[in-house]
Design a protein around this ligand. Structure first.
Ligand SMILES: NC(=O)c1ccc[n+]([C@@H]2O[C@H](COP(=O)([O-])OP(=O)(O)OC[C@H]3O[C@@H](n4cnc5c(N)ncnc54)[C@H](O)[C@@H]3O)[C@@H](O)[C@H]2O)c1
Length: 351
């Protein structure tokens, strides 16, 4: 039996890629669950995609969607008071590394102020009848910056972010730690590694490349293709989040009689980095297979090798041993299998 039965779960970023897939999975797996979702439906990328994902959730009777901003403290406090969530999953954020260079305000608002409001609401939940049992929140592999050591472990020192996005995600971990220590709030941070799949994010390479190739445009391959990414399929991410949600870090006191912060942090990544050129090759094959592109498509004519972009890192590679140890789980979907599902979805959705 999943420990989430009969729980009320608040998911922020509910119309987002990971949030909407998580909610769907919760309704598939858990009996008598109530999910409250919040999302401000911002237009960082095509809002139709967010509406499409929400529409897929509309058949779940106990799902409530609230259109709103997590940076609105009053609204967040009201939601916590009204619904009393026992589990909170914070996925709302301004994502993307490159956009943080041109629009930093959005990151401070959603990722810092928004997350602070969630922490405060969790803290005040202890004054009411429904204390939050577990706060799970999204961090990112970007906190590793240009870490030289691979694979990236949560034990590595990560004090050298190379983008504001990464800095806000690392800040979330620090803020959660302080709140766990001060108010004994069980929290788990999850560092996701390049998540992809059907109805994913159009600002990410696999999706953007597909759009461009289809429009006959040229794709730019950064760092002349000398990049490696630990691509993680959405279903694996959702399985990881669902497992983690059920096991809050234990509350206990240390030798000094004071609470040891009930705080945990995990990587969720594929633990199998792929070379960018191989990734482009597999994507091209799967786009042809799904009928998104014709068999005689001239890929060579639509590829341009360019230098590294500011804020980017040459490699991401997750050490997942802690996840395996504590949850007996590690992502396993191959890039070909995952990109096949993406290409098939793309064909059905856009063509
Ligand atoms: N997809 C990835 O590869 C990846 C990798 C590492 C970390 N993450 C993190 O995982 C989380 C989910 O990512 P995703 O890929 O689903 O992104 P997403 O952009 O699809 O989802 C985030 C959702 O949050 C909403 N949102 C943004 N600001 C908000 C605000 N102030 N108030 C309310 N809603 C707001 C957006 O409208 C969006 O629907 C994010 O925190 C992201 O930083 C994602």
């Amino acid at each position: 039996m999943l420990k989430l039965e009969k729980k009320t779960i608040l998911v922020t970023g509910a119309a987002g890629f990971i949030g909407s897939n998580l909610i769907k999975r919760l309704y598939e797996d858990v009996k008598n669950v109530t999910v409250i979702g919040i999302d401000n439906m911002n237009d960082y990328y095509d809002v139709h995609l967010k509406e499409y994902r929400l529409n897929e959730l509309s058949s779940y009777d106990s799902f409530t969607f609230i259109k709103g901003n997590i940076a609105n403290k009053e609204l967040i406090d009201e939601i916590f008071k009204k619904y009393g969530p026992q589990i909170v999953v914070n996925l709302a954020a301004q994502a993307g590394v490159r956009y943080s260079i041109i629009n930093p305000d959005a990151y401070v608002e959603a990722n810092l102020l928004g997350f602070y409001n969630i922490l405060e609401a969790c803290r005040h939940s202890y004054e009411g009848n429904t204390p939050v049992e577990h706060l799970v929140y999204a961090s990112s592999s970007s906190v590793y910056g240009s870490n030289k050591k691979v694979p990236y472990s949560t034990d590595d020192k990560v004090d050298n972010p190379v983008s504001l996005y990464a800095a806000t995600k690392k800040s979330n971990e620090l803020m959660a730690h302080a709140y766990s220590k001060l108010y004994n709030i069980p929290s788990t941070g999850l560092r996701f590694f390049t998540v992809y799949g059907p109805a994913g994010r159009p600002d990410m390479a696999y999706f953007g490349f597909t759009d461009k190739l289809r429009a006959g445009k040229t794709i730019q391959i950064f760092n002349y293709g000398n990049c490696k990414r630990d691509f993680t399929y959405i279903d694996d991410i959702v399985t990881g989040v669902e497992k983690v949600m059920q096991k809050a870090p234990e509350r206990k006191n240390g030798e000094d009689g004071l609470p040891v912060p009930p705080y945990a942090l995990y990587n969720i990544g594929n633990n199998h980095p792929e070379n960018l050129m191989d990734f482009v090759q597999i994507l091209s094959e799967e786009l042809v297979r799904a009928g998104v592109l014709p068999e005689d498509y001239d890929f060579e004519a639509h590829k341009e090798l360019v230098p590294m972009q500011p804020g980017d890192v040459p490699v991401t590679y997750a050490d997942t041993s802690a996840l395996e140890r504590d949850f007996n789980f590690k992502p396993s979907t191959s890039l070909r299998e995952g990109l096949r599902k993406f290409a098939e979805w793309y064909k059905a959705f856009y063509m």
